[in-house]
Ligand binder design. Sequence first.
Ligand code: PEP
Ligand code: MG
Length: 751
Amino acid sequence: MPSAGGPRLLLRRLREIMAEPSSAQARLDKLVGVIAANMVAEVCSIYLRRAGKILELFATEGLNRAAVHNTRLREGEGLVGLVAESAEAVNLSDAPADPHFVYRPETGEDPFKAFLGVPIVRGGQVFGVLTVQNKAERVYAEEEVEALQTVAMVLAEVVAQGSFFNVAELDEPELRVDRPRKFTGEGLSEGVAVGQVVLHEPRVKVERMIADNPVEELKRLEDAISGLRVAVDEMLASSELDLSGEGREVIEAYRLFAHDQGWRNRMRDAVRTGLTAEAAVERVQDETRLRVARMGDPLLRERAHDLDDLARRLLRHLTGESQVEAMPLNAIVVARNMGPAELLDYGRERLVGLALEDAAATSHVAIVARSMGLAVVSGLDGLVDSARSGNAIVMDGDSGEVHLRPPADIITVFEEKRGLRLAEQARFAAIRELPAVTKDGVAIKLLMNAGLAFDMPHLAESGADGIGLFRTELQFMLGETMPRLADQTKFYKSILDAAGDKPVVFRTLDLGGDKVLPYARWEREENPALGWRAIRIALDRPALLRYQVRALLAAHTGRTLRILLPMVSNVDEFNRGRALVDRELERARLMNLTRPVQVQVGAMLEVPALAFMLPQLMRSADFVSIGSNDLLSLAFAVDRTNPRVARRYDNLNPAALTLIRLIVQSAAENSGDLSLCGEMAGRPLDAMALVGLGLRTLSMQASQIGPVKNMIRSINLAEVSAFVDRLCGRTDHSLRTRLSAFAAERGIVLK
Ligand code: PEP
Ligand code: MG
């Protein structure tokens, strides 16, 4: 059936109906009539989503009117439910014969065989389903499917905006895109933040949906696609990118997407149905995104990010909008995920929180965010699609609770929570000067982790005994070029000045994995966590390490320099790193340069294999620091940056604790100086297990010094050790519950 008046006429009628002053129901009723007539269909129905994923018949032409507001289907139930669930068009010549068909007698749909249903989709959300039906068996033509999809998109837009009918009038809060929404994720960095959304990848606003001049729109689309293709080709050809292997394949795939004829044709078809070029890009993107999301294939989901990115670029070509968002005060950045350098780009001045869909607790973006003092929550599915720039948002990095567009009373509650947290911090400040000594008199050294200049005031505030891990790579990730020798020296000096008498352990560049320098030529790897990173880079490109060591030596005039080498896998690697340090020291001596009074070189124990080499390692290493983040991620074979797997193992699993116990015992037998500086050191219950295993030095984020000190001061270490020891050998699952119960029984303070 070529339609009675063509899709463009239909869109124009739609716009007129939208503008009419009658009630929402009256307009919906009229709308289905117009669609049915235009598409030469005997039935046209609109089902809208209600709370609980229920699809309710809101208007119909051709089915029994009595069924309106009575017929309801669950998502996935019947053909309408199938359309909503799959977010795809369903086109059947004999609907009742389909296994998904569910017969609802009140609708009177017995005589209708042919069925076409399309989802009403906008911004990654299914608002409902639009259907047409005919008595005669037939498969609807592709243009008809296109036309109905376009109508559905315009319908979704007006439903979403609430400009067509007042959603409240229809008593359907689920349909409002501006409704308050609550998300619960995993708190990655505590703190309560109240602020405004800043979208990391801001959505481009599509103002006009219905085209006035379709020929012109098609030309606009073509021009924008050509512009995009040229820009992508240029970007990929730029000398900055030096790619091979998998990296090149990924980038090639991106380029192919930009040149994909199927993508272009789908957008052209959408324009032909009467949409503006921008609306056509959005419609095709919405459909693709939903389809991919429902497939649940992680590889395809990655690719969907590429497509999102391309669609955004195309929209920017069309609208001329730039990507830069203005930063409000109290900004809360909302993103699917991001790298640590991208977060640093936002600066700290106006930022109070970070809300992510997809990041793990020990990922570097989380670590950097903690060091910036931000509240961080991750695992917030659907947040990016729901949030709009400038929306009010509140979050609690403890409980993982996030409220988007919250009502005033929720904002008040969060303001109060923030006040309470300040009071809590004052409580920790009060114990700052008290020693971290257990009830049975064992002193534990509590150090803090740092990496940026703005960490330094926390040293005095927290009462930490020093800095057990200074992540020097963060400073390298901040700038646009590699810091020069003089700048590095100046920076390390400023850190030492800020530390005063307290010791600082500088870890040499731990690059690779998710820590990349924006200005360095980098080869993309299939498994960056197991790839060319940290000391492996340093030994292959010794100039980088040599300059860093030179700067550290110069900065430490008259002090003891403590250097920590990251990701050491075997003793030989450590010895080669140490030899390089010694050579620099010798050079300084020969050149009569100022030098430290003493240089100590230590190894990070992050690779499980090294745990078995401590007797040999301790002969040349002055100290060893366990990096439990990498150590346990490698021991359990989970990518720490991938939230899908990162939470599958628990640090208090007996395997993890047995491994750490082995390291502690081996270090003790070889009189080694041992500490632990991974994130688990900062969690009071985990830290209790660690001191129970024999660790006496822990390095953690500054905000955790107070809570961990409270724990230390309330335990009897002999009792804890005996308990942990006994459980370790007997239990086959995490000790967390047992340890919590133990702490509760003995009144151990865990915050
Ligand atoms: C670790 O791996 O535990 C560690 C402290 O290093 P980073 O988190 O910087 O990799
Ligand atoms: Mg590490």
